[in-house]
Design a binder for this molecule. Structure first.
Ligand code: ATR
Length: 266
């Protein structure tokens, strides 16, 4: 049988650890497949997706900034992808290209594996980028009581409100009372600080960062110093990949200490 080909597309794409993880599982399960990263320009998306249609490629993941841009070229969206207008996984189901969103599952599983009960919690989200609609969807599913959004560019936060009507906004620079604060900005990827003051926010909250490389951002360091529980985005990343793997290969890959280790810095 011919080797199956999978990709993660985005721009930039160099930082993506998806190939490392997917190829590790592919090997572990003796699947005849290969998973690569591919940097695309926006005008190349259509022809790339045509290749999935023509079975030259068997499926793909999508990362920043194309999670919404792929949608016009697909035949169908899963319920979650439709609700969030965000697709991170494409499968070819007998000629029908279906867009899935496994980021939601990833976030939900990551929170559950902390044994953290999100029900009734007040959540402050920093940022309004590509992954935020998925996080909001998952938070609502877990029955968070209030979701507060803050983003440097107000327009982007307002666009998200069109999808989720009962959000609260605060201006960038302000901090409200919260039980959980989530960094969904890109600040921290290169050791930046987030210019927000959490020193009056109390302690024993959950500081969650979507970033997992570096393992501990300045945001998490600060949270820890102030006496809070902290968690990075590594499990979210692993669980979104787990669900994509299952969609393509029909197998649940193993998540072991080895899986966690291969994502550590080389
Ligand atoms: P995209 O915006 O293309 O979806 P992303 O990496 O998913 O990209 O999102 C980046 C997030 O980090 C955005 O919320 C961005 O804020 P803006 O909407 O104002 O661009 C936020 N971000 C990046 N650099 C920032 C900075 N220096 N200060 C504050 N927020 C920043």
């Amino acid at each position: 049988m011919e080797i199956k080909r999978y990709f993660v597309i985005g721009n930039p794409i160099n930082h993506s650890l998806s190939p490392k993880l997917q190829n590790y599982w592919i090997k572990q399960h003796n699947i005849n497949a290969v998973y690569e990263k591919l940097k695309l320009e926006e005008n190349e998306i259509e022809s790339f997706i045509d290749k999935i249609r023509n079975q030259k490629i068997d499926g793909c993941n999508i990362t920043v900034p194309f999670k919404k841009k792929v949608i016009p070229f697909l035949d169908k969206l899963s319920f979650e992808a439709e609700k969030t207008q965000s697709v991170n996984t494409i499968i070819n189901n007998g000629g029908n290209l279906i867009g899935h969103n496994t980021d939601i599952y990833g976030f939900e599983k990551a929170i559950k594996s902390l044994n953290f009960d999100m029900k009734g919690k007040k959540v402050l989200i920093l940022g309004a980028g590509g992954v935020v609609p998925s996080i909001i969807f998952a938070l609502k599913k877990m029955q968070a009581s209030q979701i507060i959004l803050t983003n440097r560019t107000k327009k982007k936060a307002e666009d998200i409100k069109k999808q989720f009507y009962d959000l609260v906004f605060i201006d960038w620079g302000q901090v409200t009372d919260f039980d959980v604060v989530i960094n969904a900005t890109s600040l921290g990827l290169n050791n930046e600080f987030i210019n927000l003051d959490f020193s009056n926010s109390g302690d024993k909250k959950l500081f969650y960062d979507v970033i997992y490389n570096p393992e501990e951002t300045n945001f998490l360091k600060e949270g820890k110093k102030l006496g809070n529980q902290t968690e990075n985005g590594k499990l979210m990343f692993i669980f979104q990949a787990f669900e994509a793997f299952k969609l393509w290969h029909g197998i649940e890959p193993k998540i072991s200490s080895g899986t966690l280790e291969i994502l550590n810095n080389d």
